[in-house]
Design a protein around this ligand. Sequence first.
Ligand SMILES: *[C@@H]1O[C@H](CO)[C@@H](O)[C@H](O)[C@H]1NC(C)=O
Ligand SMILES: *[C@@H]1O[C@H](CO)[C@@H](O)[C@H](O)[C@H]1NC(C)=O
Ligand SMILES: *[C@@H]1O[C@H](CO)[C@@H](O)[C@H](O)[C@H]1NC(C)=O
Ligand SMILES: *[C@@H]1O[C@H](CO)[C@@H](O)[C@H](O)[C@H]1NC(C)=O
Ligand SMILES: *[C@@H]1O[C@H](CO)[C@@H](O)[C@H](O)[C@H]1NC(C)=O
Ligand SMILES: *[C@@H]1O[C@H](CO)[C@@H](O)[C@H](O)[C@H]1NC(C)=O
Ligand SMILES: *[C@@H]1O[C@H](CO)[C@@H](O)[C@H](O)[C@H]1NC(C)=O
Length: 513
Amino acid sequence: MRKKNTMENSPCLFLVLFVTLSRFVAPSHGIMNQGEALDNLYKAKFSRDSSVDTSPFEVIDTNQFEVMNMLLDKSKVRPRREGSKERDRIKMLPGQPHVKFSQYGGYVTANESAGTAFYYYFVEADRHSKQSLPLLLWLNGGPGCSSLAYGAMQELGPFRVHSDGRTLYQNKYSWNKAANVLFVESPAGVGFSYSNATSNNYYTNGDRQTAAENYRFLVNWLERFPEYKNRDFYIAGESYAGHYVPQLAHNVLYHNKKANRTIVNLKGIMIGNAVINDETDNKGMYDFFGSHALISAENLRRIQHYCNFSNASISNECQAAMGKADTDVEDIDIYNIYGPLCFNGNLTSKPKKASLVDFDPCSDYYVYAYLNRPDVQEAMHANVTKLTYDWEPCGALNWADSSATVIPLLKEFMANGLRVWVFSGDTDGRVPVTSSQYSINKMNLPIKTEWNPWFFNQEVGGYVQVYKGDLTFATVRGAGHMVPSVQPVRALSLISHFLAGTPLPTSKPNPRA
Ligand SMILES: *[C@@H]1O[C@H](CO)[C@@H](O)[C@H](O)[C@H]1NC(C)=O
Ligand SMILES: *[C@@H]1O[C@H](CO)[C@@H](O)[C@H](O)[C@H]1NC(C)=O
Ligand SMILES: *[C@@H]1O[C@H](CO)[C@@H](O)[C@H](O)[C@H]1NC(C)=O
Ligand SMILES: *[C@@H]1O[C@H](CO)[C@@H](O)[C@H](O)[C@H]1NC(C)=O
Ligand SMILES: *[C@@H]1O[C@H](CO)[C@@H](O)[C@H](O)[C@H]1NC(C)=O
Ligand SMILES: *[C@@H]1O[C@H](CO)[C@@H](O)[C@H](O)[C@H]1NC(C)=O
Ligand SMILES: *[C@@H]1O[C@H](CO)[C@@H](O)[C@H](O)[C@H]1NC(C)=O
């Protein structure tokens, strides 16, 4: 286990709460999960002597000339040393069932001067119509968590790992039923992604550099997969990807405008249980605790009275009230408040009976074991530089900048005609539905279609409200922080409507249909 996180030493005045939270959620060999990584950032961000820069997000445009030359002067760039996609084809993952779609994996340069390469895993659509289906990039949060660990292997990817840590089973609700799906481990220090400029595996990054490198990765990836250059392109993600997704989208718009042409054909973004606006995210979290019988009405009133979430300096009364809330929620899975905990992450010699609709909370262990197998890494074209540490679901990164809000970016997308969807698993307590609602309320958008249930298979899949502009807010009923893990059927319906640009159905379907 790498120890490289100075954030742990920061005095924690805000969200004292989460220090002890993930006792049962986190695997016992000490690997960190997505929520803990977010807590680490919050601890650092809201400490009295915080060194995290929370000023508004801006594009780093240092490599503009390189990118422009590469795109404009075609003779100069081809063949690029990025290599061909055929070399990246994954013939077969160890232990996988037979499938018909193609898979690719490998490294794409994200920062040439620093020698930074991001690992990607790409699954083409599981349909004959892969040529017409869009390209979807999925990002997980942290900061520092892997889209391979969560997105690909536990949420929306085509396979899940059995409890033996060696074999895979198919996810029939995989999002590659609706799109060609690209997963990337970003930034360097996450999973298999690395930077040659970093010694001792002590990685420092931040929102701005991550966005710049994600953009560079994307442009280079499209050089390797040129048939996707003009394809409708969408970016989606959850949790701290509430920053990554809009910031990458902003970089795309910036470069398209600057070049006066469509370099990346971005059509929309979708973020779930997303970190959007610090003040409302935090207020919404305690209000959710209070309204879900996790803390007392009295303690909620104290928090509402004494805590000012737009003031980094926390009063003693506020700290005491948050401390009590901490104790009250520490023994449940705050990312899925009614969900089971993992008490035994040991692998089993024979796979346990797996169920797609009954998510196994010990899955982190199975994925950890699988992705650290040398035969798996070889088949995936991963770890080619022989990194000196293990693959982990979340790497501890030092985070230099994290803007206090991404609301201006969401407004920019709406003004530019991009599709913007915000979704929320309504049993997540960490970045809960109340937080997302308060953040959207901050935008002061006129309502187009007021709150309604949306349906899938005769059942209420969640609730939806559409704002003029155009922004859709949709909840997913009974889903936690990782929506496609806990509610895979509803999640596939959600992404299918988002990509097709069709409203979620708000009238109950005919039972005979
Ligand atoms: C990093 O260094 C290794 C070993 O020298 C080299 O093979 C690899 O291509 C470098 N990566 C990048 C992105 O420059
Ligand atoms: C590339 O990496 C260097 C060193 O980490 C960093 O200073 C620079 O900002 C990065 N470039 C971009 C465009 O992110
Ligand atoms: C941008 O491109 C359009 C046509 O593609 C052209 O009419 C316009 O003059 C260009 N603008 C600039 C500033 O180059
Ligand atoms: C909360 O803090 C902010 C800035 O630190 C301040 O402007 C605001 O007035 C405070 N709100 C209350 C209710 O005290
Ligand atoms: C922020 O909170 C601190 C401690 O509670 C208080 O002393 C200070 O006046 C507040 N600042 C503002 C601008 O409200
Ligand atoms: C898991 O495996 C370890 C080492 O083999 C063993 O000591 C431990 O008791 C096992 N845990 C459970 C809950 O079975
Ligand atoms: C990379 O490979 C080396 C040597 O095989 C192994 O020790 C290390 O754990 C691997 N690291 C990652 C990040 O996969």
